[in-house]
Design a protein around this ligand. Structure first.
Ligand SMILES: *[C@@H]1O[C@H](CO)[C@@H](O)[C@H](O)[C@H]1NC(C)=O
Ligand SMILES: *[C@@H]1O[C@H](CO)[C@@H](O)[C@H](O)[C@H]1NC(C)=O
Ligand SMILES: *[C@@H]1O[C@H](CO)[C@@H](O)[C@H](O)[C@H]1NC(C)=O
Ligand SMILES: *[C@@H]1O[C@H](CO)[C@@H](O)[C@H](O)[C@H]1NC(C)=O
Ligand SMILES: *[C@@H]1O[C@H](CO)[C@@H](O)[C@H](O)[C@H]1NC(C)=O
Ligand SMILES: *[C@@H]1O[C@H](CO)[C@@H](O)[C@H](O)[C@H]1NC(C)=O
Ligand SMILES: [Zn+2]
Length: 509
């Protein structure tokens, strides 16, 4: 589809011939033809905009140009510094209103803005805190005094602590800071990938005691769906660790409880918001585990697949790829489903690295050899021509998470992100947000903004956005009939968005 057609080549060749024969400069028609060829290859390049879309696109291009010429270009800055600028941007406000389809790469405990965790969850009854030796904290809910844990102060009931200190503003702010990576000076706070990853996993541990309390687990999921819905998203696929959740008396619930809780919350949510399609779970385990533990995890995944076929989408590994085990190490475990004739889909994180030629740099190829449905990140894809070719032939998209890649220090200026090249070639991909809560991002809009402005500059248009949002459903794990219906629903929302934006968007300055 994106190859130069024989006719096209002939034409260019004839033009060249004609040009040289008359000894004039390059023919402008040839130049235009080449530019059109190039534009047609990029993401959305094959999409024909209708009259209304063309009008909106013209406005969008104007807004974009204004923003690019205004001196400070947010995609060239760290997101923590760019965020206030982005939120003032009319392009961002349009992207926020745009129906964005699905979020396909987001992690279970990084969905909800951390303010909600602090202002809502830590204010509930029976919430205890302890302060760790390394200047962080842990939380737990308990009906009695919890058993103290190593390297942590004794547990304090938060309600008593708050009564004692009277003004909780500073305390709450320190909770918020420990739950996110946000900081005013990210370059100083996070000098290396290992440092930022360490803080990242630390923040998860802070949230852990809150979000694994059974009632909070359900409320968290509901609130997560609500925040995505507010960002005009209609469907979510959640990478979930499914840790055992606990009750006030210390009783533990197993994975089946978690899956039933997800089912129940999604059902309740779609009853309240009928135009929300739902959510599915990709069961994940940490890539630091050994081969025996991986066998067990894949067995568990197959069992969940059998018991919860409607909500279970597949399996994946999480954690810092560079220091984790490569997929090839897990090959026996990953071969189990095929050996048993079971369908278990894979959604591997792979290529979230800039360490070329290492064991983990092989992960993208191995993901494809294990028939992965999508590749999480695929940041290293541009450096692997064969893998790139295969993923294109197999139509396996990469899930590009711009802000995550920047905060975790794979790239600093979005104009230099490898996805800029991949989108110029129309490689199959979706935009996602990975851990929006930890980065202080909302749903998908901030990531869409960075991708649209940073990867594309002036070259992307409304067609690019349209293809990206359609991709998000096209590459979802939904059954084909549901997928078809979802895309139809999305396009109805899209037309409404175009019409309303035409009425409301102003380009007067
Ligand atoms: C906390 O969240 C729950 C569930 O989402 C909600 O019912 C409750 O009203 C919230 N409480 C506060 C104080 O915001
Ligand atoms: C609580 O402390 C914060 C920060 O020190 C301050 O801005 C705020 O005004 C205080 N609130 C009250 C009610 O005193
Ligand atoms: C985490 O909280 C502790 C204790 O309140 C505080 O001293 C520390 O500065 C916070 N850490 C970060 C990274 O903000
Ligand atoms: C693999 O990991 C499990 C769980 O952490 C542990 O119990 C087991 O001893 C490990 N096996 C080997 C062979 O290291
Ligand atoms: C697995 O998927 C294939 C292709 O989608 C299908 O033909 C087959 O029946 C499925 N097998 C099982 C056990 O569900
Ligand atoms: C991947 O899919 C191909 C084609 O359907 C099949 O031949 C191959 O055995 C699969 N590999 C694994 C590991 O499932
Ligand atoms: Zn991820």
């Amino acid at each position: 589809m994106h190859q130069l057609t024989v006719r096209g080549l002939m034409w260019i060749w004839l033009l060249l011939l004609w040009c040289t024969s008359c000894n004039c400069g390059p023919d402008p028609r040839m130049r235009e033809a080449l530019m059109r060829q190039e534009a047609s290859r990029r993401t959305g390049g094959a999409i024909e905009l209708n009259e209304r879309e063309k009008l909106l696109d013209a406005k969008l291009q104007k807004l974009k140009q204004h923003e690019m010429e205004s001196g400070q270009f947010p995609p060239s800055m760290h997101f923590f510094k760019a965020k206030p600028l982005i939120e003032k941007s009319p392009v961002f406000s349009l992207i926020h209103k745009m129906p964005k389809g699905a979020v396909l790469h987001v992690h279970d405990f990084a969905m909800v803005g951390v303010e909600w965790l602090v202002k809502n969850v830590t204010y509930r009854e029976n919430c205890y805190v302890c302060f760790t030796d390394d200047h962080s904290m842990r939380f737990t809910f308990s009906s009695g005094q919890p058993v103290s844990r190593p390297h942590c102060s004794s547990w304090t009931l938060l309600r008593s602590l708050r009564e004692k200190i009277k003004n909780s503003t500073n305390l709450d702010n320190s909770f918020i800071q420990n739950l996110t990576l946000f900081t005013k000076d990210p370059d100083r706070a996070y000098p290396s990938q290992n440092v930022v990853w360490k803080r990242f996993e630390q923040a998860f541990l802070v949230a852990y005691g809150l979000v694994t309390h059974a009632p909070v687990f359900k409320d968290y999921l509901y609130e997560g769906l609500r925040q995505f819905y507010e960002d005009n998203i209609m469907y979510v696929e959640i990478r979930a660790l499914l840790p055992s959740t606990y009750e006030l008396d210390g009783r533990q619930n197993d994975k089946d409880w978690n899956m039933r809780a997800c089912q129940e919350v999604v059902k309740r949510f779609t009853t309240h918001y009928p135009d929300f399609l739902g959510a599915r779970v990709i069961f994940t385990v940490h890539r630091g585990i050994n081969a025996t533990a991986a066998m067990k995890a894949v067995e568990e995944a197959m069992e969940l697949q059998r018991n919860f076929p409607d909500i279970m989408a597949g399996f994946d590994f999480v954690g810092q790829e560079d220091i984790g085990r490569p997929l090839w190490y897990f090959r026996d475990a990953l071969s189990l489903p095929k050996e048993r004739g079971v369908n278990l889909s894979y959604f591997f994180h792979a290529g979230e690295t800039d360490s070329q030629g290492t064991d983990v740099d092989q992960n993208m190829m191995d993901a494809l050899l294990f028939n992965t449905t999508r590749i999480g990140h695929g940041f290293a894809l541009a450096r692997h021509p064969i893998v790139k070719e295969i993923s294109r032939k197999m139509d396996v998209p990469i899930e590009v998470c711009p802000i995550s890649n920047q905060v975790l220090k794979l790239v600093s200026d979005f104009r230099n992100h490898p996805a800029a090249v991949l989108m110029a070639e129309g490689h199959p991909l979706v935009i996602s947000s990975d851990d929006p809560a930890l980065f202080g991002a909302t749903g998908l809009s901030h990531d869409f903004y960075e991708a649209f402005m940073g990867f594309g500059g002036m070259s992307f248009n409304l067609g690019t956005l349209k293809e990206l949002v359609i991709n998000s459903l096209r590459y979802s794990s939904l059954p084909s009939q549901t997928k078809k219906m979802a895309i139809e629903t999305l396009l109805v929302k899209w037309d409404k968005f175009v019409l309303e934006s035409l009425l409301w968007t102003t380009t007067d300055y």
